[in-house]
Design a protein around this ligand. Structure first.
Ligand code: S3P
Length: 189
């Protein structure tokens, strides 16, 4: 497909990091997780960055980290769920990456993020409030997500099958032995 990098975007819990790691292995590319880069360079977890410096500061660092990571030409990049709220970030991703939008039903997203802490936008809410909060964020972001993707893939199914679909739509040769090694099963590869 068009550009060097592959960016995975989508809401918290769609599986960007899990899919990204396997996709990178299958394609023999480097995997870059923007949240991990931010945490490593700040020396603290995302929740602590929010707590100490606030969301606006986090978004600035996030945009800078994305600008720098997308200087690469062959990476698979997992982008934190809220980064696409920035028009500048959307433009960078469009210019430098094939953008893959991952989606999942709200119930899947709720299940996958339940019990996880470390997502400051969801922490501290009781389960019902948390679901309402996710729905409202999803609505607020849906246009930003859909305005920049090249490919969209639902992730309410095994990771291997999600990765296969992305690879087939991108039309890039891949290493199937990696898939067998990672999943221990070759049924979906
Ligand atoms: C956020 C998503 C998180 C992380 C931060 C904010 C968001 O990443 O960047 O907690 O605004 O949706 P994941 O999408 O990887 O959970």
């Amino acid at each position: 497909m068009k550009k060097g990098n592959i960016a995975l975007i989508g809401f918290m819990g769609v599986g960007k990091s899990t899919v990204g790691r396997m996709l990178a292995e299958r394609l023999g590319r480097r995997f870059v997780d923007i949240d991990s880069l931010i945490q490593d360079s700040a020396g603290m977890p995302i929740s602590k960055i929010f707590e100490t410096y606030g969301e606006t500061y986090f978004r600035q660092i996030e945009a800078q980290t994305i600008a720098s990571a997308t200087q690469a030409t062959d990476a698979v990049i997992a982008v934190g769920g809220g980064a696409i709220e920035s028009a500048e970030v959307r433009q960078i991703l469009k210019d430098t990456c094939t953008v893959v939008l991952l989606t999942a039903d709200l119930s899947t997203l709720v299940d996958r993020t339940r019990g996880n802490t470390g997502r400051p936008l969801l922490d501290g809410f009781d389960p019902e409030e948390r679901t309402a909060r996710m729905l409202s964020l999803l609505h607020a972001r849906s246009e930003a997500y859909t305005s920049i993707y090249d490919i969209t893939v639902a992730t309410d199914r095994p990771v291997c099958s999600v990765v296969n679909q992305i690879i087939s739509e991108i039309g890039e040769p891949s290493d199937q032995t990696v898939c067998v090694a990672v999943t221990g099963a070759n049924a979906c590869c």
